[in-house]
Ligand binder design. Structure first.
Ligand code: 26W
Length: 814
């Protein structure tokens, strides 16, 4: 890419405005300006893509194929501009046209094809793989509707469909010529041929899978890889027989059903519902992806599968694509005539599986009946995998031990037999990883202990990471400029370079510059808050932020109960001494998760009351922002003082928001859970506020027998706050509207130990308050947080995967 000047870009933008959009400078809407700009930038994206693809095919490179039901990409224009190093020059070009780039960026809808952490992690990994020049393809579903849009009506969550493609999407290219056919339902025929049993699957339906390719632009001259998302279409739109027999309407119906598969992302985060459409979604994109991988492979190597595992790695992002294991077996045996042992060798050397959760309700199982109906051949293969595993491996290690066999079996027995996708994934993979050290330890000790005994090398850890390009360079330009000045401009590639800032942590001048940036970011966020919820907040107050999906284990209600306790203290004593604080939440609840929705409602009601109570002198503000998503996170994270990471120890596998917030200088207020532990290790506990029960203490408490009622009766503040939920103080005229929260704690055993941790949390909050008033101490800790987050670069995560699992080589484009 030669020198790109503002003049060149301006000409391209105007050319697209006129030539592609049929409008002109004086008339063009902001949307048109955005589209023209994206089209201009896309020319550079596509050039990089072609060069990268040429390099890959010339070298017949080994690649990783990352299979994920979710990719939470967010917006792409700003990211692509930064990664192409065209941000400043584009800003200049647009300014010459009287347009402001920052405003235009807001025109882009988020690409929200994911729920939360798992989906955003996949997006960060793609950014890093491209940046590091590793050959990689992301595979997923081209959902018509991504995660629902959230609004509040009288404080309650309302879901509306997300339609991210209503105005088209300039970043994607459809490739109808690379379509695949996916089979479903039907029956399996066994034929005896040439002295062998042959299996023939006669599908009851076939669906067409059409790929949409989204270029993934690596940083600063790196590769441009592909994210390939499959859309479902009816296979025989022109089914002439049906059509001519007067079946026009039936043919249309068929089409509508086929297109349902890629219609909508399931909005459940950590609860498994066992729905037929979800199983079909999983198989649909997995089968299309395996067929695509096969097509690429056989084009170069024909039917010689001896090179397969040398060239192909497949990563399963959680168990959602685990049906890939029997699918690859089917393809190798039924379509390419490999025998069982050879096919199984290929499979187990190809697949690796990442576990993202220990929560029992999130571990996927499918009823055998449903599985058999949708995927009859795959169930047969699963039975055979299971039989060989149990009789060969388990029997050898634990002869005659039926209890262990029952536990390790892919099939869960009992009434309503079920297929366990976790067990299938472990058995079918050569490596299984957790996503933070403590999580991986728990995967070994609690989730899969016997598998760990059987295969001691299989279960490993790779700690998650985040891309510093999006989560510092692009979202926090002020801090990035300061770092450019005091470190150098190479830090977005090598985040460990930030370590250099630690020496400046006590330098008064640097502290001032750093905290001034934090202040300006808070001023910006205050404007966003004003616009979204019409509440004034003071940028001098502590900005205390909890942003993540709403779930009991993440304990937004612990935060809320503490806010209510503070409010009571202020009502009792208007002079109660505290630094002004703005508590900010962003969270979507799964539409079917009643208690999560009640917690959102409670936060909104408490916010209403507190924000409008003049008697507390504005010392507390509570903000619940609607429609939390990647693009909103990018505005919140640079402005945070406190990062709330308060899950019950042992429940949050890793967390990645914790890394983004610490990198941007927020101090972690957290439990010893997930990656918080590693963040505290890197930053030093003295620069975080660690509180609460540890994993071992939670276990001990459970064994001893935990009684939340005892805590309730022994702590008058806790009792008063919980009792408040039953009154109509926050919901005038409607007592009991908030009672479900109290009930979940007192009547349902407080599964997530909210009361057990309350006092420790409240004490930690007092320490936050005291430290914030010591400006120098706070600035020092904030700077050290930024300086020490190098480990959490997703480039480091990718290098770990490459070294421990994928074994890839870098191929810079020539
Ligand atoms: C089957 C229903 C279902 C749907 C989604 C179960 C589980 C999930 C995901 C695993 C939820 C998820 O996003 N997990 C998060 O993954 C992040 C990336 O590894 C971690 O940082 C979070 O701690 C984990 O909750």
């Amino acid at each position: 890419m030669g020198q790109v000047t503002a003049k060149i870009l301006k000409d391209k933008i105007l050319q697209h405005l006129r030539g592609s959009l049929g409008t002109y400078e004086e008339k063009a809407s902001p949307k048109a300006w955005w589209t023209a700009t994206a089209a201009a930038v896309n020319e550079y994206v596509m050039a990089g893509l072609t060069e990268t693809q040429k390099t890959h095919s010339k070298h017949d490179t080994r690649a990783v194929n990352y299979l994920s039901l979710e990719f939470l990409m967010g917006r792409l224009l700003s990211n692509n501009l930064h990664n192409l190093e065209l941000f400043d020059v584009t800003k200049e070009a647009l300014a010459e046209c009287g347009q402001d780039l920052t405003d235009l960026l807001e025109e882009e809808p988020d690409m929200a094809l994911g729920n939360g952490g798992l989906g955003r992690l996949a997006a960060c990994f793609l950014d890093s793989l491209a940046t590091l020049n590793y050959p990689a393809v992301g595979y997923g579903i081209h959902y018509e509707h991504g995660l629902f849009e959230q609004t509040f009506r009288d404080g309650r969550q309302i879901e509306r469909p997300d339609s991210w493609r209503d105005y088209g999407n300039p970043w994607e290219v459809v490739r109808p010529e690379s379509n695949q056919t996916v089979m479903l339902y039907g029956y399996v025929e066994t034929k005896y041929e040439d002295g062998k049993h042959k299996k023939i699957w006669h599908p009851g339906r076939t669906i067409k899978a059409i790929p949409w390719d989204i270029p993934i632009v690596g940083y600063a001259g790196s590769n441009v890889n592909i994210l390939r998302l499959w859309e479902s279409r009816a296979n025989d739109f022109f089914d002439w027989d049906v059509f001519n027999a007067g079946g026009y309407v039936d043919a249309q119906l068929e089409q509508a059903q086929a297109e349902t598969i890629s219609k909508v992302l399931y909005p459940n985060d950590e609860t498994e519902a066992g729905k037929e459409l979800r199983l079909i979604q999983q198989y649909f994109f997995t089968a299309a992806s395996i067929a695509d991988i096969m097509r690429r492979y056989t084009r170069a190597h024909g039917k010689d599968f001896s090179q397969f595992t040398k060239l192909i790695a497949i990563q399963l992002n959680d168990t959602h694509p685990a049906v890939a294991v029997p699918e690859l077996m089917r393809v190798l045996m039924d379509l390419h005539d490999l025998n069982w042992d050879d096919a199984w060798d290929v499979c187990t050397n190809t697949f690796a599986y990442t576990n993202h959760t220990l929560l029992p309700e999130a571990l996927e199982t499918w009823s055998v009946g449903l599985f058999e109906k949708v995927l009859p051949r795959h169930l047969e293969i699963i039975y055979e995998i299971n039989h060989r595993f149990l009789t060969e491996e388990v029997e050898k290690k634990w002869p005659g031990n039926d209890e262990i066999k029952a536990k390790l079996s892919i099939i869960q027995e009992g009434h309503g037999r079920r297929v366990r996708m976790g067990n299938l994934s472990v058995i079918g993979s050569h490596k299984v990883n957790g996503v933070a050290q403590i999580h991986s330890d728990l995967v070994k000790s609690d989730l899969f202990p016997e598998y760990n005994e059987l295969w001691p090398e299989k279960l490993i850890n790779v700690t998650n990471g985040i891309t510093p390009r999006r989560w510092l360079k692009a979202c926090n330009p002020r801090l990035s400029a300061l770092i450019d000045e005091h470190v150098d401009k190479e830090w977005p590639r090598d985040l460990y370079k930030l370590k250099k800032l630690a020496k400046l942590a006590t330098n008064a001048k640097f502290q001032k510059a750093y905290m001034e940036i934090k202040y300006q970011n808070k001023v910006d966020l205050a404007k966003v808050i004003k616009k979204l919820v019409d509440v004034d907040v003071d940028p001098n107050a502590i900005f205390d932020i909890q942003i993540k999906r709403l779930h009991e284990y993440k304990r937004q209600h612990l935060n809320l109960i503490h806010i209510m306790a503070l409010y009571r203290r202020l009502l009792a004593n208007p002079d109660y001494d505290m630094a002004p604080r703005v508590f900010i939440f962003g969270a979507k609840a799964a539409p079917g998760y009643a208690l999560a929705k009640d917690i959102i409602y409670a936060i909104n009601k408490v916010a209403d009351k507190i924000n409008n109570d003049p008697s507390i002198g504005g010392k507390i503000k509570v903000i619940m922002l609607p429609n939390y998503r990647v693009s909103l996170a990018e505005k919140l994270i640079p402005a945070a003082d406190v990062s709330e990471q308060i899950s019950t120890a042992g429940k949050e596998a890793s967390g990645t928001g914790n890394m983004k917030l610490a990198l941007n200088g927020a101090l972690t207020l957290g439990t010893l859970d997930g990656a918080n532990i590693e963040i505290a290790e890197e930053a030093g506990e003295e620069n975080c506020f660690i509180f609460g029960l540890t994993v071992d203490e939670v276990k001990a408490l459970n064994e001893k027998g935990y009684d939340p009622r005892a805590v309730y009766h022994n702590d008058s503040e806790i009792k008063e706050v919980l009792d408040w939920f039953d009154t109509d103080f926050f919901t005038p005229g409607h007592p009991g509207e908030l009672s479900s929260i109290k009930r979940s704690i007192l009547d349902d055993g407080d599964r997530y130990k909210v009361l057990a941790d309350f006092r420790a949390y409240s004490d930690a909050q007092l320490k936050v308050d005291a430290k914030y008033r010591d400006k120098k101490a706070w600035a020092k800790s904030a700077i050290i947080n930024t300086a020490t987050m190098g480990k959490f670069n997703s480039d480091r995560s990718m290098e770990d995967y490459v070294e421990r699992i994928w074994n890839l080589k870098k191929y810079p484009r020539s």
